[in-house]
Design a protein around this ligand. Structure first.
Ligand SMILES: [Ca+2]
Length: 125
């Protein structure tokens, strides 16, 4: 039996991006998640995490389920979106992208042997 005072099970599930994506700095990406039974007193926060935390948005209302994200210039191949409901002490519930995504900074030059600084092919006698 569930006590009447017991809060219903709450959950957040990040649905996009959820792993495997490649983004470029400046892209507009609709980050999406499902949120169930979040306490209305709790605000949601969206973070980018790749071993370092980068806050992307918040506070957002507890019923929010998407956020139009402008991809920052964080070069990473191990990015995940984190969405958490702050309860004053920590994030509960919370969820990450299930897998990692890649962010390519704008202006990134792919390594082809001719990027600036590599003059070995252009030596002048
Ligand atoms: Ca997840």
């Amino acid at each position: 039996m569930i006590a009447a005072s017991e809060a219903p099970f709450s959950a957040i599930d990040v649905t996009y991006p959820n792993g495997g994506e490649t983004f470029t700095q400046g892209d507009s990406v609709l980050v999406a998640w499902s949120a169930a039974n979040i306490d209305p007193a709790q605000n949601l926060y969206v973070w980018l995490y790749d071993g370092v935390w980068y806050q992307q948005s918040g506070p957002l209302a507890s019923t929010t389920t998407s956020f139009l994200w402008t991809v920052p210039g964080v070069a990473t191949a191990s990015g995940r979106i984190f969405v958490g409901a702050w309860n004053g002490v920590g994030y509960d519930p919370e969820d990450f992208s299930d897998g990692v995504f890649t962010i390519i900074p704008a202006g990134h030059i792919f390594s082809d042997g001719f990027e600036s600084g590599n003059t070995s092919a252009w030596s002048v006698p």
